[in-house]
Design a protein around this ligand. Structure first.
Ligand SMILES: [Zn+2]
Length: 509
């Protein structure tokens, strides 16, 4: 039986079209899913949209639309953007799907039956942009003058008869779970943040709303709807068939990793596992919280007018260049700055010069010196062993970095090999070898063909189009592109006909 891998992104609110921040999480999950598929895993990649709650209702009302129609319109933008970014998810879940709604009610009933839900009165602050209750502990002595402690936007005072979840009951269990699973939350700074906050105590939380009806009704009280975060978090179960498709659900749950941005860590690392504990289900194996992008060192926000939409940059640089930049520019988990000069630099230097030129030089030389056919290695050039070793160590390092979602470091390793290959051409000077006719030229050309084949395997998860083009140019078939079997040196068959195409990455001015 093949091992399984289940990865998710958060489901995105439909009050705005996809931007570079949501694209970042979605591309990262896509890279990971593609990598695991290459490694032979039975992979499930889930993404989708969060369509209920007061925020969406208000956004729809502001446009004079009903919330479902409004959601449909934004969802079509998500479909398009993810297609433009070459995102290959297995399922796109919408919280308005009837199957999902049923799953939420089932989970709610399970938790209620375990005695963890009770009726009470919520009297306090609520942040509608975050769709979260702001606890007394979080408000400063002078109240909430600074707004929501997470997003700083104004909060609203709520007084409602609500249903509460006994989160407080799970404090010790949660701490114990964290102690036993030191990699449950990553990066480690986020783990520590969560741990110390739980140590201070957990309060029960309201998990229903009574003052509007855009949501999923409680199974036991049709006058209330289930809090949008309870609804949304359940997508990770319903997306793999909970509770009806038991086979699929059993195969994929628990999720291997929930990728999120750091602002929604508390919901995922604390509330969600406690809900699952209560329902008798296993928690996910890992929550990875990545950082935020700024734009030229400034916070990205609608009000500042500096939101970047993927389409703006795809048109100019191409989709693979954007995918590469986002994952290469900053270590996954840290904050980073999105600047056009930085994107331009990486595109022109690393993609057009280093990668693009390497491929072009290799193919041109094979065309010119060996009639467009990969030559047979004569065993004269001594560097074959060296390449062999380099690729063994590259394989180990690349896999290690990918397993801990350190995309920038994995790419850095691939680029070391690309630079070495370019230097190998400069050092061996095939154009001189061509005149010497010692047979060494065949070795060098063979090695180069093999190096670019290997590079194309490594780039598959990150830049699928580019990898595909390189493969076509090299004339190789699919069997050589799996991990790890495709990663050993010396697989390309002599006589393989190459097709030199045009430059992979035209320079952008
Ligand atoms: Zn907020």
């Amino acid at each position: 039986m093949r091992p399984k891998y289940y990865i998710t992104t958060p489901i995105y609110y439909v009050n705005a079209q996809p931007h570079i921040g949501t694209a970042y999480t979605t591309i990262a999950a896509d890279v990971m899913a593609r990598y695991k598929r290459l490694c032979g895993y039975e992979t499930f990649y889930l993404t989708g949209t969060d369509e209920h709650g007061q925020k969406i209702l208000r956004a729809a009302n502001a446009e004079g639309m009903n919330p479902k129609e409004y959601a449909d319109r934004i969802v079509s933008q998500y479909y398009k953007t993810w297609a433009d970014l070459n995102i290959k998810y297995d399922y796109f879940i919408r919280t308005t799907d009837p199957k999902h709604q049923k799953a939420v009610q089932t989970l709610f009933s399970k938790i209620a039956n375990n005695g963890d839900i009770y009726k009470g009165k919520y009297s306090g602050w609520y942040c509608t942009p975050c769709e979260r209750y702001v606890s007394v502990k979080e408000s400063s002595p002078e109240g909430l003058r600074g707004g929501c402690p997470v997003c700083q936007r104004p909060t609203e005072f709520l007084e409602e008869e609500n249903y509460f979840f006994r989160l407080s009951k799970y404090r010790d269990k949660m701490l114990d779970y964290l102690k036993k699973n030191g990699d449950f939350v990553e990066p480690v700074s986020r783990y520590n943040e969560v741990f110390s906050k739980i140590e201070m105590g957990l309060d029960d939380i309201s998990i229903s709303r009574a003052s509007f009806d855009w949501g999923i009704p409680l199974p036991s009280d049709q006058k209330q709807i289930i809090w949008v975060w309870f609804d949304a978090l359940t997508n990770y179960l319903s997306g793999v068939g909970y509770p009806e498709d038991e086979g699929i659900f059993k195969k994929f749950w628990p999720a291997d990793v929930h990728l999120i941005a750091k602002d929604i860590l508390w919901f995922h690392a604390v509330i969600w596992p406690c809900m699952l504990f209560s329902a008798g289900l296993e928690p996910p194996l890992k929550i990875f919280a990545h950082g935020w992008w700024t734009m030229n060192a400034d916070k990205i926000s609608k009000s500042k007018g500096n939101v970047i939409y993927p389409a703006d940059v795809i048109d100019r640089f191409g989709v693979d260049s954007i995918r590469y930049f986002l994952l290469r520019e900053i270590p996954f988990g840290q904050d980073g700055d999105f600047s056009l000069p930085a994107l331009l630099r990486r595109h022109n230097n690393e993609l057009a010069n280093e990668l693009g030129n390497l491929i072009m030089r290799c193919l041109t030389m094979i065309e010119k010196y060996n009639g467009s056919k990969v030559p047979k290695s004569e065993g004269i050039d001594s560097s074959k062993e060296l390449w062999n070793e380099l690729f063994t160590s590259l394989e180990q390092k690349f896999s290690a970095y990918m397993e801990c979602l350190q995309f920038s470091l994995a790419l850095e390793k691939v680029w070391e090999a690309i630079k070495m290959a370019n230097k190998y051409i400069d050092d061996t000077k095939p154009w001189v070898l061509a005149k010497e006719k010692t047979g060494r030229l065949s070795d060098v050309l063979y090695n180069l063909a093999e190096i670019i084949r290997l590079v194309s395997v490594y780039l598959m998860p990150f830049m699928p189009n580019t990898a595909e083009i390189i493969r076509q140019q090299l004339g190789i078939d699919d069997e050589m592109i799996s991990i790890p079997s495709g990663l050993s040196f010396g697989q390309i068959r002599p006589g393989t006909k190459v097709n030199k195409g045009s430059a992979l990455f035209p320079k952008v001015e």
